[in-house]
Design a protein around this ligand. Structure first.
Ligand code: SAM
Ligand code: CA
Length: 219
């Protein structure tokens, strides 16, 4: 017994998946398709997708934001958890990545819920704010270029309603956040983690799931 989070070895990780993972066929197929991609490691893990889907359902979220789509597994997981009139405002700059995912969004019957915006995410978010959409979103997932995370966080906080939730990925950065920063990515994540710890605008939890997932609920 331990009061610390258990270290998952391969055997226990396989057990977690075998005993709890519930994917629709399109999710499994998209993971299979992405597996051979040179940047496959960028995809969130399936149990994290399932966890985010549960959060979205718990909140009754309808309007959501995703920053960093890649081949679309996280967008697919969230879209599947949304009601019929729900939507994911999905931001990425790389058409070659997102094209891989689109047939699987179609296969799952949720493509109409995913509004893909191919532009730098800061531009897309600023356009939403300029269009008067502050306070109109329920949930946001931040998973793109780390040095811009603080800019994404501030814009998402403005776009969310009170009680809305921001999930920020990779906040443990393979453990590198706990040592002196040697890259701009590590420094940016460290600065954001420190800022969030003392940010009175949110309720906070840093979960050691995947590569670290920070949950920030707008007060
Ligand atoms: N959430 C995805 C998943 O579960 O498969 C993984 C996202 S991957 C870690 C990061 C993505 O951010 C890449 O697809 C990349 O093209 C995108 N990206 C990088 N810089 C960006 C920017 N300035 N604006 C929007 N997307 C960006
Ligand atoms: Ca990530």
């Amino acid at each position: 017994m331990s009061n610390q989070t258990l270290n998952l070895d391969d055997t226990l990780y396989r057990y977690v998946l075998a005993q709890s993972l519930r994917e629709v066929p399109a999710q499994t197929a998209l993971r299979e398709k992405t597996r051979s991609h040179e940047f496959a490691r960028m995809q969130i893990s399936p149990e994290q997708g399932q966890f985010m889907a549960l959060l979205v359902k718990l909140m009754g979220a309808r309007r959501t934001i995703e920053i960093g789509v890649f081949t679309g597994y996280s967008a697919l997981s969230v879209a599947l958890a949304l009601p019929e009139d729900g939507m994911v405002l999905a931001c990425d700059i790389n058409d070659a990545y997102t094209k891989i995912g689109q047939p699987f969004w179609e296969q799952a019957g949720v493509a109409r819920k995913i509004d893909l915006r191919l532009a730098p995410a800061l531009e897309t978010l600023d356009a939403c704010l300029a269009a008067g959409q502050a306070g109109q979103y329920d949930f946001a997932f931040i998973d793109a270029d780390k040095p811009a995370y603080d800019g994404y966080y501030e814009r998402c906080l403005a776009l969310l309603r009170v009680g809305g939730l921001i999930a920020i990925d990779n906040t443990l950065w393979s453990g590198q956040v706990a040592a002196a920063a040697t890259t701009p990515e590590t420094a940016a994540l460290q600065a954001l983690n420190t800022k969030l710890h003392h940010d009175e605008r949110i309720d906070l939890s840093l979960l050691p799931i995947g590569d670290g997932l920070t949950l920030a609920r707008k007060r």
